[in-house]
Design a binder for this molecule. Sequence first.
Ligand code: FES
Ligand SMILES: [Fe+2]
Length: 392
Amino acid sequence: MAIKFLSLYDHIMDDGYILKKTEKSLPLKWYYDQQQFDHEISKIWTDEWFYVIHESALADPLSFVTVEVSKYNIILLKDRDGNINSYFNTCSHRGSILQKDSSGRLKSNLLVCPYHQWSYNASNGDLVRTTSINDPKDFNKESKCLTKVNLKIWNGLIFINLNNKAEWDAESVFVDYSSAFLKLNVGDYKLGHTWKKNIQCNWKIFWENYSECLHCPNLHPELSDLVPIYGRRLVDIKDDPDWERLIDNPDPKFQGGMREGVQTWSMDGSAQGHKDQYLESMNDFPGYIYMTSWPSVFIAIFTDHIRMVRVLPISNDETEITAEWLFREATLNDPNYDKKNVIDFAVLVMKQDGEACELNQKGVYNPVREAGTLMPEEYEIKRFHDWLKSKI
Ligand code: FES
Ligand SMILES: [Fe+2]
């Protein structure tokens, strides 16, 4: 049973990932040093695909969203013809931001600069007109178009890459790609709710917290009750060095998966009659599948919904977290389905994690030691650190 559960993830090793010895964590300075932060922005955030939004958030023509990554600012919009385009959010006149709101609707198929009203074609970024009394002969309109940003829509998920030469490869964008995801037709899901929170921590602290469960029983009593193995500070049967002894013990405390009777991650554990047929037909579905795409997003797949959690660095000690809840249309339209049941549960857990991340950040400035220590269960953090170091 456990073996099947592990087989959801193609990368898992036969003897698990648990670290055989302690490992040095990153230098504490890397969590606040401005130079280090700038280096990570230029080596990682301007070279990797990062997630922006589910396609259904740009359902209407002329709708737009903007995103910020450190000091970069990008606009994504759906034009009059229904095409989704992405541009750096900068006017080519003297550099003003074109759209300051985080989301909204354009009045027409034009992006109009709020400063001196140069206007651009939303479909291709071409400069349509300036506001000068006349454009001098040497003025080359063609060279003043907006700068496009590399964009990929994959199964309804919109990713961008600030490197225009980057090519898309789903299996390398996700470090724990699960082919089950493709069977769900996530492009047909609809956005049911969005929640945002800025947490006062470096972006890497968010990912480290996400990558381990040593904190689970203490910080997440409700989640540890739902997923009993988390109560043992573990995420997988093979995190216990003695796992072979436990292989035939069906208790989810050892095997992973959810407590008897629980159907989804919700306040009361119920999926309110909205189970996914494909997931339920998998005999190894433990009730949740996680997919991670460093540096920007994790996807949590449940029988009645999917939660996307996007991570964007604002500064060296501030990170924006945005969660989106996606539902099948029938679920969202069912008056008897209360989406608050899953939303409230996840917000509770994300707030608990946010507080832990802020505590972690507050402690890193003291001149105590060069770096922290990773313990055996923190193998996923080691994997994150190895990935990070390979990029910078
Ligand atoms: S800066 Fe945009 S029109 Fe002047
Ligand atoms: Fe947590």
